[in-house]
Ligand binder design. Structure first.
Ligand SMILES: [Zn+2]
Ligand SMILES: [Zn+2]
Length: 155
């Protein structure tokens, strides 16, 4: 089921996710904005491409264990900005657009200053401090924080 909801002036489409149970009942699982699904796809694609690049240690502590990828510039912000600049209101209805966005934002998404290899522990700390996703305006603060953490470890 798709419902349209006005979220801060933007009409967003939500998909209601339901699960059929064995006894025939329907379990209401939740709603997911279609736009969120779209960003999820772009994120997965970016990750796949990232794995082809070689990054082998945590930027903060140098550990080579439990490495993860962090986007310094929030991916959702980049994608939102792109959609807004290009007046695209229903990205989810255009599957080809997902690949086009990746191409057009290639340098921003895959640029050296955006992809950060970081270990699980330092990644967790970062998001504990700045939230699961943060605004692009926070980027400088995040960078400062990371540099400080690195300096601390290097004495
Ligand atoms: Zn680390
Ligand atoms: Zn992250």
């Amino acid at each position: 089921m798709i419902s349209k909801i006005n979220v801060m002036g933007r009409i967003k489409e939500f998909i209601t996710i339901q699960k059929k149970m064995e006894n025939g009942g329907v379990l209401y699982v939740g709603t997911l904005s279609k736009e969120k699904q779209f960003i999820k796809y772009v994120r997965a694609k970016a990750k796949t491409r990232y794995h082809k690049l070689k990054k082998d240690k945590c930027w903060v502590c140098g550990s080579d264990k439990d490495l993860e990828l962090h986007h310094v510039y929030p991916l959702s912000d980049l994608v939102w900005g792109y959609l807004e600049e290009n007046n695209i209101t229903n990205p989810e209805n255009n599957p080809e657009l997902r690949d086009k966005i990746l191409e057009d934002l290639q340098e921003k998404i895959f640029g050296e200053d955006n992809l950060l290899t970081i270990c699980k522990v330092h990644h967790k700390n970062l998001h504990r401090l700045f939230g699961r996703t943060y605004n692009s305006k926070m980027v400088q603060k995040v960078k400062k924080y990371l540099t400080k953490q690195k300096e601390k470890l290097n004495g």
